[in-house]
Every structure is written in C-alpha cells, then in structure tokens.
Design a protein around this ligand. Structure first.
Ligand code: SAH
Length: 401
C-alpha cells in the first residue's frame, strides 16, 4: 500500500492550548504554516509551533473553524475503517439506552459529541436522515453512507444537507434519497406509545425534534386535568403528550401550516378525543398578546420556540424575544400553573436564559419558582471536551400565587 503524505498544518505559538484540552476545533486565527494546500475536507496533521504532533483533523478551507479533529492520536489512520468504528460506537451507545425500548426514533450520531464533527444522523424507524455539515464529513460521505447502511440494516437514507451552516463550509445544499427509497413523504414512528408521522423530505431540521422526547414525557406526566397551551407546537409533540397525560384541553399554536397539517395527522393516528385539542395557525407572539387582552388563563404552558440565537453574537436580540414570550406566558398562567419554557439557542447558556425568564417574571409581576431543569435527551450526548454540544435547555416553572 502506498503511503500518501498527510499535509501538515502548524499552529501559531501558544495556540495549541485548546487542542491540549481536547477541544476539537481550530479557528483560522490559530493557523501558522500550512504545508501543501490541502483539499477541502482532506485529513491534515496538526502540529504545535515547536513541532509536536497533536491531532489528525479535517481541513475546512472556507470556514472560520479551519480544522475539526478526527483523532487526538496522531498515529491513527483516518479511513473508512476508522469512521465505521466511530459510527458503530455511536450506534452502540444508543442501543444501550433504556429509551431505545420505548421508541424507534433516535439520534444516532450527534456530530462532535460522537467524535464525528459535522455529521448528524437521525433514525426514523427504518429510514435514516443524514446531514453532512462540515467539509470533513462531506469528504467521507460515501464511506459514511455505506457504513450506516451496513451497521443499521435500514432500508433507506435521506440526505438533508440543506442546513444553512453548510454555506460557511463552502458546500452547496443537497437533499434527497442517497441510499434506498421509501414511499415519499411520511415515515411513521412511535415514541412512548404515541404515533407520529415524520416528513423527512420537507419537515424542519431532519423532520422531528427528537431532542425533546424526554421533556415531552415530563409534560405528559404533569398534564392531568390541566388546560394546556402548546406554543410553537410544530407537529404536535408536546400537545399529544399532554393529551396522553389526560390534559383537560390543549390549544396548540404554530405559524407553519404544513407543520400543523402533520400535527392533525398525528392526532388522528392516536386514540384521543380530538375535541380536546385545537390547532391554531398563528404567530405565537401575537397570539399570546391576544390571549392576554382577553384575560385567558391556562394551567400549563409549553414554549418551545425556534433557535433565536444560533451564536453568542445574536444573544441580545434573542434575549428580547425570549423575554417577550415568557412575560406573556407567565401572565396567562393561573396560580399553581406550570410553564415549561425552552431555548435551543447555542448562544444563550442556561444561566443567561434563567436570568431572562427571571426578568420576565419580574416585569409580569408574577411570583414564580424553578422546580426543574430540562436538557436534550441521552441520544444527544455532550462530549465533556465540547461544551458547545449542549444547546437545548429549559426550565419548569410554577406560578406560586
Ligand atoms: N415543540 C415541537 C418543536 C418546536 S420547533 C416538538 O416537540 O416537536 C419550533 C416551531 O416554531 C416550528 O414548528 C416553527 O414553525 C415554529 N415557529 C417559528 N416562529 C414562530 C412564530 N413566530 N410563531 C409561531 N410559530 C413559530
């Protein structure tokens, strides 16, 4: 076998510190000398200014995150076998989770936190949805797809490499079946006994918000006898969980008509009294305001808005939006009522989020207490060397009196 020399990338003096802590990203400003110009996504060897071999990484020439580490073992060989092993270990981790017995929909690969930077793979029954979001993941696309088919025995893979972050990597959007086929449109999944339809082709993200599974269960366990408002309901995940938990009534609001169309299908796919759930196509901000003007009250409110601040730079604007909706929701809450409020903004850490909600309670003139914290489920692990992997946070708040 011929050995092809791996291009060497030498960091500026002192810029190896984060790699020594095993953080997998190298920013463009840390790059010193680059040997021969590596291809986009090709493997490079990262060295400190004094020549120490630190890691093997994927080269992203267009991105501010110029290199993403595959392995901190500079002797490793990054090839199909290496990737297959990483994939196998990510899949084994999910198979060992107790929740794997209660659903056939799980995140199998959570990018950096599974040692596979830029790769997301969600399993919906026998269909996988894959996102290749970095130059390195894109470089090994075929090898990854082959290994996924073999390791999971799934019948098809739908690629949803249409997320905006791909443009930062200099990659074009791509979507469609890349292995096998599945009847167009919906994949039927189940989660804790509830049936859902997932639109892998046109749904948001990869089609379903798997990260909220455990939190939907929590809401279900608290919903009995309550009048519930599900704000930003998408395809009705929390709304159906509340019905399953014997909520008295549920109003579910989203601005996306296609999402609500699937939400209605999801309602019919489950044995609930449909008259207890009402869907509203509306902007949640305006809808909450109109409810306030009518002095409406709820015993439980869920707020699961989209990512207002993908990065810290947008955190201030996002804070205003989070404060608005939480202030309105707290005002609509009956004494003893529960608010499950979420943020999936990477740029808004938990402490900041809690501060925003505290400000909202203050301005609403409402006495409220945090009784639980929420996070993404265990199929969305957070590598300890990659705190950025933790993006979803939530608070369960009770209005005191
Ligand atoms: N809770 C859902 C996921 C919510 S995702 C679940 O468990 O599946 C966020 C949702 O917010 C999306 O469905 C999106 O269509 C909706 N959305 C975004 N901005 C909105 C707005 N201003 N008003 C209402 N819905 C909005």
């Amino acid at each position: 076998m011929s050995t092809v020399a791996i291009p060497t990338v030498t960091l500026k003096a002192g810029r190896e510190k984060s790699l020594k802590r095993r953080h997998p990203w190298v920013f463009s400003g840390a790059i010193g000398a680059v040997g021969q110009a590596p291809d986009s996504g090709a493997t490079v060897e990262l060295r400190s200014a004094d020549g120490a071999r630190l890691a093997l990484a994927a080269w992203s020439p267009s991105s501010q995150i110029r290199a993403r580490v595959w392995s901190f073992d500079a002797q490793a060989k990054i090839d199909a076998a290496f990737l297959r092993q990483r994939l196998a270990s990510a899949i084994a981790l999910r198979e060992a989770l107790p929740v794997a017995r209660h659903t056939n929909a799980l995140r199998l690969v959570h990018a950096e936190s599974d040692g596979l930077p830029g790769l997301i793979v969600d399993r919906y029954a026998d269909v996988l949805v894959a996102q290749f979001l970095s130059a390195g993941a894109e470089f090994w696309r075929e090898e990854i797809l082959d290994a996924l088919m073999e390791l999971t025995g799934c019948e098809a893979i739908f690629e949803r490499s249409d997320a905006e972050v791909r443009t930062l990597e200099g990659l074009h959007p791509r979507a469609g079946f890349v292995r096998g086929e599945h009847a167009a449109g919906r994949v039927a999944i189940h989660e804790h006994g509830l049936q859902f339809r997932v639109d892998v082709a046109a749904g948001q993200k990869t089609g379903f918000f798997l990260d909220q599974r455990e939190n939907r269960q929590r809401v279900r366990s608290l919903a009995a006898g309550r009048n519930v408002l599900d704000g930003f309901c998408y395809t009705g995940g929390f709304a159906l969980a509340a019905l399953a938990g014997r909520a008295n009534s549920v109003v579910a609001v989203d601005s996306s008509a296609p999402a609500l169309e699937i939400a209605r299908e999801n309602l019919s796919a489950n044995p609930f009294d449909a008259s207890r759930l009402r869907f509203e196509v509306a902007d949640v901000f305006a809808y909450l305001r109109s409810l306030r003007d009518r002095a409406a009250q709820f015993d439980m409110i869920v707020l699961d808005p989209p990512k207002f601040a993908p990065t810290a730079a947008q955190a201030e604007n996002a804070a205003r939006a989070y404060k608005d909706i939480n202030l309105l929701a707290l005002k609509l809450l009956a004494p003893g009522g529960l608010l499950a409020t979420f943020s999936c903004s990477g740029g808004v850490p938990l402490e900041f989020f809690q501060k925003i909600v505290a400000g909202a309670a203050l301005d609403a003139g409402v006495d409220a207490r945090v009784i639980e914290h929420f996070a993404a489920g265990p199929d969305h692990p957070v590598a300890l060397n990659f705190p950025e992997g933790e993006y979803l946070k939530g608070l369960l708040i009770v209005r005191a009196w």
